[in-house]
Write a protein that binds this ligand. Structure first.
Ligand SMILES: *Cc1c(COP(=O)(O)O)cnc(C)c1O
Length: 403
């Protein structure tokens, strides 16, 4: 679908509100929501050309939609990517990537601190189809190099990670992947293109859960891959057509409008997260804070280079306790004492959301696996929203000051 005619070299702020498909004949200022599953064809010849891919034009809702195309064009512009293709959720974007790029006998290298469902999809579900995988420590570049095999086709990293905000060196991983003849994909959910554009550091594919900061207000599920036009057209679009993990037009419209405020939300939420991280670091009931914006973070310098000098909106902290049992009780007490902030495992909302990773996202791990992942019973993850910082502090103090 043709993009709206815009001058070259526009800034990202402008593209975030202007990039879309052409307006309809009605001249709507807000992008139209096209709720249609089929498209009337101008002629049988044109229909045949469209189905053959020889002519632009919509044919069927599973293959494409103008509202969905607007979201893809806008996201690609923000990531500095040649093209994007969207999906019904973040996980289905990962599935599309794997189905498009891998076959039985191929090998994938991932960080072992990836999103839990990603580890399950690649480590277990794809293993049933003969795809091998190796999981390595997020920040150990040598371990990524050592994991390469002759059949390695894909590196998949996520930075910063959930919930410990570990940062990996995108440029270094891209170099290792390319040297091995593999592609590097980066899950950019936490930083978003407002802060981090992985393709500028050599990544080949950027994966998104639109459910998080792209929507930004916790309303709809969405996913996307940004990549070269060749990867999108030749590897991913055929999977979408046959497997049908299509993004619904309504959800695409919500996320498209979310992108208009992504930058100011990320700036405002990151500023609050930094102030809260500094406050928590000095709090008498807090043992440790994980946040890339703090100089105490092990990859602080790298994070500042990769993430536009910003730590992002997610942090995690550990409550002080004498043992794991007491730590769990105290973390639960903090969460149960909240009266404003939400106890909710989602992230990427204007409302501040808190979660207890050890009993939710990492609840299915054995104690040993959890320890390896660094997820203790006292750990609380906080995805900072837009409430006033004093109100956020007061809500946390309700529990933190009454153990
Ligand atoms: C939520 C999330 C996903 C999965 O996205 P869904 O839209 O929930 O399918 C993948 N990666 C990260 C880092 C996430 O936070």
């Amino acid at each position: 679908m043709t993009a709206k005619h815009l001058p070259d070299n526009l800034h990202r702020d402008t593209l975030a509100v202007r990039m879309a498909t052409e307006r309809s004949q009605y001249g709507e200022n807000s992008e139209a929501l096209y709720l249609t599953s089929g498209y009337v064809q101008p002629s049988a010849e044109a229909s045949a050309r469209r189905f053959a891919g020889d002519e632009d034009g919509f044919t069927y809702g599973r293959y494409g939609n103008p509202t969905v195309a607007s979201f893809e064009q806008r996201l690609a512009a923000l990531e500095g990517a040649p093209a994007a293709i969207s999906t019904a959720s973040g996980m289905s974007a990962i599935l599309m990537m794997c189905m498009g790029l891998l076959k039985a006998g191929d090998h994938v290298v991932c960080s072992h601190s990836m999103f839990g469902s990603t580890i399950k999809l690649i480590g277990s579900d794809l293993a049933k189809f003969g795809v091998e995988s190796t999981f390595v420590p997020q920040t150990d570049v040598g371990a990524w190099t050592a994991a390469v095999k002759p059949n390695t086709k894909l590196f998949f990293a996520e930075t910063p990670t959930n919930p410990l905000t570990e940062v990996c060196d995108i440029r270094a991983l891209a170099d290792i992947a390319h040297h091995a003849g593999a592609l590097l994909a980066v899950d950019n959910c936490f930083a978003t293109p407002a802060l981090q554009r992985p393709m500028a550091f050599g990544a080949d594919i950027v994966m998104h859960s639109g459910t998080k900061y792209l929507d930004g207000q916790g309303r709809v599920m969405a996913g996307a891959l940004c990549a070269s036009q060749e990867l999108v057209t030749e590897k991913f679009l055929p999977v979408l057509k046959s497997a049908g993990m299509t993004l619904a037009p309504f959800n695409a419209w919500v996320v498209l409008k979310g992108l208009e405020t992504l930058d100011i939300r990320m700036q405002a939420q990151s500023a609050r997260a930094l102030a809260l991280a500094q406050w928590l670091q000095d709090h008498p009931s807090v043992a440790r804070v994980h946040y890339p914006g703090l100089s105490s973070h092990p990859q602080h310098a790298l994070a500042m280079v990769q993430q536009s000098n910003c730590g992002g909106a997610v942090l995690s902290f550990e409550v002080k306790a004498s043992d794991e049992e007491q730590a769990r009780q105290r973390a639960f007490h903090v969460l149960d004492s909240l009266t404003i902030l939400s106890l909710c495992t989602n992230l990427g909302d204007t409302k501040t959301l808190l979660a207890h990773p050890a009993s939710t996202s990492h609840g299915r791990l054995t104690p040993a696996q959890r320890q390896l992942a660094g997820v203790s019973q006292g750990l609380i993850r906080m995805a900072v929203g837009l409430e006033h910082i004093t109100d956020i502090q007061a809500d946390l103090d309700r529990g933190l000051l009454s153990f």
